[in-house]
Design a protein around this ligand. Structure first.
Ligand code: NDP
Length: 644
């Protein structure tokens, strides 16, 4: 039961600390208040009921604590920061967390203290030492508290990029850090940011120290591999230059997987043979993949889509990157189909394109690499706020894979949006070619199973084109870096999902009409969940006060935006992924159970979706803090009700 209502003035505990400040309740739910604090930044945080008190109650308690202090009464009179010697020592994890809290209240001071390089691990160790010596921060009075908080906001802004770098790579490249106690590549970035941290027992002595020391130059090899290397003897560093860090190895493996996957999946299932029990027979000569016509086709298709993108028709969206996007995907589709029909009308054998499948895939892969490299280099010249917070580790391969920039735009051209549309249109075109190929092979006969499979895939893609504007509120657009994973995924993705329909074309069996009907029904259930949840979230994100959404419950968050806790997003935490999974399963069912390949594709999709779930949830937890915890307490399952 809430004690306070909106606009009530209260004393509330600052999240993650033991400090209390005055604020105003601006929103509430059944367990928490959203409090606007009285600091200069007017910070808004979600605070649990128990951490909010009325002003009078708080003053009464403070006074009584003051009195007991004067009588010399024990632990209650201690400041929240001081720990009794009888209390258990905190765990290392807590200590590290405390250290993160501490770093939030430090302020840079332009004093040269140390010339030595401090690495993230050393910083943590020093924090641990500090904790063990019971050197804790103590804020002496309210005035000081307020000053610290104001300074904290300023410092937080300045140190945001630095902290993200250090802690992201601490967790990612933990093994690399453990391998050596000598400075690693990351530490040079810290030094290059001229930031070092020194602690004393008093808060005023806890400060960030500027070092004038320049980063030790690294060889090209070590930059490429992101190596953990000591700055010792030249021999040692020479050897180190060839030892890649764990992060690099991990991203090397991921790069190999995502580049090999489309090739293997398409080579495994050709017209002559379709098996996963043998390695596919790859063309002996690399030249097989090189085909000028395919290069011209891919380039021509991209230029056409670029021109269609520029047609000033359709809903206008202006993302933060400065681009102007016209959501005219359906127009682009109609024009593309018209061009294809005209080519056929004038006697051009469009099915030739289908025979170039392998070369088109190879060209798309090569193009992905070139484009990713261009975006990677371009990221050198972009402002910090356009950078991907998790794609700028300074290591080539991880950053190349993840993407250093979030949403690259060249004037009105939004690259991610264009690639998204190109992927959908390529997918539709391949399916149209598959149907045409079947009709040519069996004139006058058509395969209901193949038509159903191609029809369902085309329907899925057209739906995304129709609701194109909802792409701008997806994780894909807002949070995923524009690196190899994104670019290659979009340029080769259509070749992967059409393995289902190409399989049916070459090896499928005709299914009975009732079986087909059940599969279509399953697909439509998936589609309803997918579209319903995507549109619900998009409408809510675009206009949370839309009267049409008034029936939906939502939770306030410190980030200012609210989280839906009813409707599709109250049913599961990722309802759209469930919808996606059901549609994938329906495509697999159309292929039957005689071959493993379609089911391997379904398995790959499950892996992608589960991986994405953990990625999205970790980002949301960081962004929404306790509000996200409340959401997960309320909506317990992620993907499958009662199971996961
Ligand atoms: P989503 O559309 O799932 O969006 C995730 C974002 O939604 C979060 O980052 C958060 O962003 C917001 N959000 C999460 N929970 C809530 C809530 N309760 N209330 C309001 N907002 C919430 O992003 P994706 O890019 O992952 O998915 C887009 C589409 O792509 C989906 O249809 C998905 O099925 C499909 N997809 C398919 C994959 C496959 O392998 N088949 C893989 C990945 C995606 P914020 O709060 O910051 O706005």
């Amino acid at each position: 039961m809430s004690k306070f209502k909106k606009t009530d003035r209260v004393m509330a505990r600052w999240p993650g600390s033991s400090l209390w400040f005055e604020g105003t309740v601006i929103d509430l739910n059944d367990i928490e208040y959203l409090v606007c604090f009285e600091d200069t930044a007017k910070s808004k945080y979600v605070v649990k009921y128990k951490d909010v008190k009325s002003l009078t109650e708080f003053r009464r308690r403070s006074k009584s604590r003051g009195r007991s202090s004067s009588r010399g009464r024990s632990s209650k009179t201690k400041s929240p920061g001081r720990r009794s010697t009888l209390e258990p020592k905190p765990s290392p994890a807590k200590t590290a967390q405390r250290a993160v809290e501490i770093i939030k209240v430090i302020e840079p001071e332009p004093v040269v203290k140390h010339k030595t390089i401090v690495e993230p691990r050393n910083v943590l160790e020093r924090w641990n030492d500090m904790e063990h010596k019971n050197v804790l921060l103590e804020c002496r009075n309210d005035v000081e508290h307020k000053n610290i908080l104001e300074r904290r906001h300023e410092v937080e802004r300045k140190n945001e990029v630095l902290r993200t770098d250090v802690f992201t790579r601490l967790s990612r490249a933990d093994v690399a850090v453990q391998r050596t106690s000598s400075p690693i590549w990351q530490s040079h970035r810290i030094v290059s940011s001229n930031e070092k941290i020194e602690y004393n027992s008093q808060i005023n002595n806890v400060r960030t120290v500027t070092s004038k020391k320049e980063p030790t130059p690294k060889s090209l090899g070590s930059r490429l591999c992101g190596i953990s290397c000591s700055v010792g003897s030249s021999i040692k560093s020479g050897i180190c230059a060839f030892i890649p860090s764990l992060a690099t190895v991990k991203f090397l493996i991921l790069t190999l997987i995502i580049t090999a996957m489309p090739v293997f999946l398409t080579e495994m299932c050709t017209k002559n043979k379709c098996t996963v029990m043998e390695m596919p027979v790859m063309p002996r000569k690399f030249q097989v993949y090189y085909d000028p016509l395919s290069i011209a086709l891919v380039a021509g298709f991209l230029v056409t889509q670029l021109l269609l993108y520029l047609i000033p028709l359709g809903k206008v969206v202006k993302p933060k990157n400065g681009a102007t996007v016209h959501c005219n995907g359906i127009i682009a589709l109609l024009v593309s189909v018209a061009v294809l029909s005209s080519l056929m009308y004038f006697g051009y054998d469009v099915l030739q394109v289908y025979t170039k499948y392998r070369q088109l895939l190879a060209t798309s892969m090569a193009l992905s690499m070139v484009l990713t490299l261009a975006v990677y280099i371009r990221a050198r010249y972009i402002p910090d706020d356009a950078k991907n917070p998790v794609g700028n580790s300074g290591m080539f391969l991880p950053d190349f894979f993840t993407g250093r920039e979030l949403n690259p735009a060249v004037r009105s051209l939004d690259l991610k949006f264009l690639l998204f549309r190109v992927a959908l249109l390529t997918w539709i075109m391949i399916n149209v070619l598959v149907v045409m190929k079947d009709l040519r092979a069996n004139p006058g006969q058509y395969s209901p199973t193949l038509l159903t499979a191609c029809g369902l895939q085309i329907f899925y893609a057209v739906d995304y084109l129709w609701f194109e504007d909802s792409y701008f509120t997806t994780y894909d657009y807002m949070r995923q870096g524009c690196g190899l994973l994104f670019i290659l995924g979009h340029l080769t993705g259509p070749f992967i999902v059409t393995v289902f329909t190409r399989f049916i074309l070459n090896h499928g069996t005709e299914l009975e009409w009732y079986y087909l009907s059940l599969i279509v029904a399953l697909n439509l259930v998936g589609y309803t969940i997918l579209r319903g949840s995507n549109s619900q979230k998009h409408s809510f994100r675009s206009n949370p006060s839309d009267p049409a959404l008034a029936y939906l419950e939502s939770l306030p968050t410190p980030a200012g935006t609210r989280l839906l806790v009813s409707g599709w997003w109250g049913f599961l935490r990722h309802p759209n992924y469930l919808g996606d999974l059901l549609t994938f399963i329906s495509w697999g069912l159309l292929c039957g159970f005689r071959h493993a390949l379609p089911w391997i594709l379904v398995g790959i999709d499950v892996l992608f979706l589960v991986g994405r779930i953990f990625e999205v949830e970790s980002v949301c937890k960081k962004k929404y803090g306790t509000a996200w915890n409340s959401y997960t307490e309320r909506v317990k399952y992620r993907l499958i009700p009662k199971i996961f």
